[in-house]
Design a protein around this ligand. Structure first.
Ligand SMILES: Cc1cc2nc3c(=O)[nH]c(=O)nc-3n(C[C@H](O)[C@H](O)[C@H](O)COP(=O)(O)O)c2cc1C
Length: 334
């Protein structure tokens, strides 16, 4: 079977070429450095950091410091910034470049609350003049490529994604990710891909299609329908970082890659746990591990009950031993 869905060449952002057409979406509280590294190893062609506030006064907090730390990350390091004030965003972009960011992504896609009493995230989409000010100011503030993440528009009646996309391209934005929902929809309903297809037609910079892509077939269908340059995956990668290589394999061959063996699942979970303890320290690492392990367990037999027991554990040693004891019988039975 010959598959033509893969773009003839992988998209580039400035000097950086994607290694696969599958991107990990930025998710605050999820796509930290350990998870990004794991997804890269398992086939993500690009990963975007969790958003960093544009208010540099908040960068000394423990949370921001960890978000600004990119040690050991593969290139290109993309940092997403969020805020509503052009000068503050430009300053945040410069600061992140000083900290090692190689691409700056601007968040106009997530229904974030206000930042610094100003609209931020997808709330900005209502004010196209402000969008233009922000994009122009940030692009001229840094020497690295600037990308943008948007939704299809503000609401059903104001689906201004195409206008924003044209504006972004004209102001020097180098790639655009589009979540197929309006701001008003938040996460309800289903993502639609017609607007993404229209945006792809309207501009020449790389376009990444995002929203509800949860399987190799869905990735294939979305790429075919939109002609986007890559898919961007968020929630479906939680507890399933193997999805990236499964999509890449399917796009290349039209065939399904075997799911990870129980042995591999165990090894990846243990590696992920170690990375979390190292990144956050034991106390925070144990707490953050509960979220990720919960996602890993949810698809396994008796995973829900196991999750409740796992959440009661208090040390890395207990968590490691639990994961080993829970998965070893599954490994042995396969
Ligand atoms: C927990 C969570 C955190 C998110 N944080 C961000 C963020 O920081 N920046 C952003 O642009 N989008 C954020 N998003 C939106 C995702 O990047 C993505 O656009 C959305 O989840 C739709 O993709 P999906 O259906 O593949 O999950 C977040 C989504 C979730 C579920």
């Amino acid at each position: 079977m010959s598959f033509t869905v893969l773009p003839p060449r992988l998209p580039t952002i400035g000097p950086y070429a994607l290694t696969t057409p599958c991107i990990l979406a930025p998710m605050a509280g999820v796509t930290d450095r350990p998870f990004r590294q794991l997804c890269r190893q398992l086939g993500a062609g690009l990963t975007v950091s969790e958003m960093v506030t544009s208010d540099r006064n908040l960068w000394h907090t423990a949370k921001s410091k960890l978000r600004l730390d990119h040690r050991g990350e593969p290139e290109p390091r993309i940092v997403q910034i969020a805020g509503g004030d052009p000068e503050m965003l430009a300053d945040a972009a410069r600061g992140n470049v000083e900290h090692g960011a190689q691409i700056i992504d601007i968040n106009m896609g997530c229904p974030a609350k206000k930042v610094c009493n100003k609209a931020a995230g997808s709330a900005l989409l209502r004010d196209e003049r402000l969008v233009g000010d922000i994009l122009a100011t940030v692009v001229s503030a840094v020497d690295v490529p600037v990308t943008l993440k948007i939704r299809t528009g503000w609401c059903e009646n104001t689906r201004n994604g195409i206008r924003i996309a044209r504006l972004a391209e004209s102001l020097g934005i180098q790639a655009l990710a589009v979540h197929g929902r309006t701001r008003e929809q938040r996460y309800t309903g289903e993502a639609e891909y017609d607007t993404i297809a229209a945006i792809r037609q309207a501009i020449d910079i790389p376009v990444f299609a995002n929203g509800d892509i949860d399987s190799p077939e869905k990735a294939y269908r979305v790429l075919q329908h939109t002609k986007a340059d890559a898919v961007m995956i968020g929630r479906s990668a939680q507890g399933n970082p193997w999805l990236f290589r499964e999509i890449v394999h399917y796009l290349q061959t039209g065939e399904h890659l075997a799911p990870p063996s129980a042995d591999e699942r165990l090894a990846v979970m243990q590696t992920h746990l170690s990375a979390l303890y190292q990144h956050y320290g034991d106390y925070m690492g144990v707490r953050i591990a509960r979220k990720h392990v919960g996602w890993y367990l949810q698809t396994l037999p008796e995973g829900q009950q196991a999750r409740a027991r796992f959440n009661a554990l208090e040390t890395p040693e207990q968590q490691r031993a639990f994961v080993h004891a829970f998965l070893s019988p599954i490994c042995a039975s396969m």
